[in-house]
Unconditional design. Structure first.
Length: 297
């Protein structure tokens, strides 16, 4: 990286322990492994300490799975934090997109001026520890399509969280919502890192990448390996850039989840190293321009 510019972290969380039922309960297996170290408050001051010196100047908060009926309270609390501290600069909120008609909830969220998008996690896997949705095809169901189509009326993006094996169902959703921008979470979550698994991921995500309204978030690198592996990051970044192009790729830290196994400096350093030979315009797109445009920062 030869050029210097402000970096946008397009995927991070803050939370109060008391608001998260999944965090409060006894330790249980999770997609990212044991998590006792983050079963506590993780507030904006700690996040800002973590990113200090990294070049991050703006950030996007992504919903942290408060109780579903608290969806508006979560967004309101984050907006209050932003009003007090100046961080974060945009919110991706939760809304139940599987309900028959989400317009009332979307109307509520639209009243929060920091809300730029919605995430309702749709990933499903044969491994029960990797499941969130009730089935692999929920992402392409009629109710989800109907509600996501409405996001265009609110100028909200949809954060698409799926595995490669769900791409056919996801493409039904994407194709039926041409006026909605989709942000593919964690580069499509490549979980099988054998040669065959990587090839399957590449084939499926490559088909999704042909849809011009799908962007790729370069985040969650350690989700399945529980480590900060520069070689894995370099592979994911290179493959994503080839499939999506720089103007449809954006960086996110997924902190504090990644804090379970690495520091912010080491994480962003590995991403910067992965882009070391890229043109300045590519680096700027990934670290700033794409996110600034998508989240209207």
């Amino acid at each position: 990286m030869s050029a210097e510019f402000p970096i946008v972290d397009a995927h991070h969380h803050i939370w109060r322990r008391a608001d998260l039922p999944w965090l409060l309960g006894p330790t249980q297996p999770r997609i990212f492994g044991p998590y006792d170290a983050i079963k506590r408050d993780y507030l904006i001051d700690e996040y800002r300490e973590d990113v200090a010196g990294s070049g991050v100047a703006k950030s996007v908060y992504v919903q942290a799975n408060w109780a579903p009926n608290w969806f508006a309270d979560e967004a309101r609390w984050v907006a209050d934090v932003a009003a007090e501290t100046g961080w974060p600069h945009a919110i991706v909120a939760f809304c139940d997109i599987t309900q028959d008609d989400a317009r009332a909830d979307l109307d509520t969220l639209a009243g929060n001026t920091l809300v730029r998008g919605i995430r309702h996690q749709m990933h499903h896997h044969h491994n029960p520890l990797y499941r969130f949705a009730s089935g692999p095809d929920v992402v392409g169901s009629a109710a989800v399509i109907r509600n996501v189509q409405r996001l265009a009326d609110y100028a909200m993006v949809f954060e698409l969280q799926i595995f490669a094996g769900q791409v056919d169902a996801a493409l039904r959703l994407v194709d039926e919502c041409p006026d909605v921008i989709f942000v593919l979470q964690h580069a499509g979550m490549p979980e099988d890192l054998t040669d065959e698994g990587k090839a399957d991921w590449r084939e499926a995500i490559g088909r999704l990448a042909k849809a011009p309204n799908v962007l790729c978030k370069l985040s969650g690198f350690g989700t399945f390996i529980h480590a900060n592996d520069p070689a894995h990051i370099a592979w994911t970044v290179a493959e994503s850039l080839e499939m999506f192009g720089a103007t449809r790729c954006l960086y996110g830290s997924n902190f504090p989840i990644e804090k379970l196994w690495t520091s912010y400096d080491a994480l962003i350093g590995a991403v910067k190293d992965a882009l070391a030979d890229a043109p300045d315009e590519t680096v700027r797109a990934v670290f700033h321009d794409t996110a600034a445009k998508v989240y209207r920062l």
